[in-house]
Ligand binder design. Structure first.
Ligand code: S3P
Length: 174
């Protein structure tokens, strides 16, 4: 079973995008591209470092260019975005242009914040609880524009996601 359209996973920092995308790609037997990892590889600096050292606008330009490049190569079956990529209209247009299925992993703020706090990963845009909360509230209406919304609820998430994908998409039997 292979989806005929690339699947793009979005959601706030700490919602579990990378982990769920990896599991989904494994189940569907398609190539996973993690946009933040791709950027780190290309730039030899992480998104966090790029934001801290060059500023957020410079990072967003790199993020968009990398996303375009990933979509153009047409090899990715599942793409995990960084939390802010979907917020940029240019990126949403690009994703739409390539006919991707878009999935929003909707996790409660407290779940995201607990993971952000516990993680060793640097997240310059979510340094304090109030900064992260503001960003979460501001971004929610934009995440809602994704085609599929999946409530993040532990192990059930991936099964719900697969079920919804099957209901929403055309598949090629392989
Ligand atoms: C960002 C989220 C990060 C990373 C960068 C910016 C954001 O990815 O792309 O630090 O704007 O929300 P994760 O969502 O994987 O933490």
């Amino acid at each position: 079973m292979k989806p005929n359209r690339p699947i793009v996973i979005t959601g706030f920092m700490g919602c579990g995008k990378s982990k769920i995308a990896r599991e989904l790609a494994r189940r569907l037997n398609v190539l996973l591209v993690d946009l933040d990892e791709k950027i780190t590889h290309r730039e030899t600096r992480s998104p966090a470092r790029l934001i801290v050292e060059d500023g957020e606008p410079a990072f967003r330009a790199i993020e968009s260019a990398t996303l375009r490049n990933v979509l153009e190569t047409k090899t990715a079956g599942v793409i995990a975005l960084g939390g802010g990529a979907w917020i940029e209209e240019t990126n949403r247009k690009l994703i739409d242009q390539y006919g991707c299925i878009t999935v929003w992993l909707d996790a409660p703020f407290e779940v995201c914040w607990a993971r952000i706090k516990a993680s060793a990963e640097e997240r310059p845009l979510g340094k304090t609880r109030s900064q992260a909360r503001q960003l979460y509230d501001r971004r929610r209406p934009v995440y809602k524009l994704a085609e599929i919304r999946i409530e993040v609820q532990g192990r059930k998430t991936i099964d719900d996601l697969i079920t919804q994908l099957i209901l929403t998409t055309d598949y090629t039997d392989e």
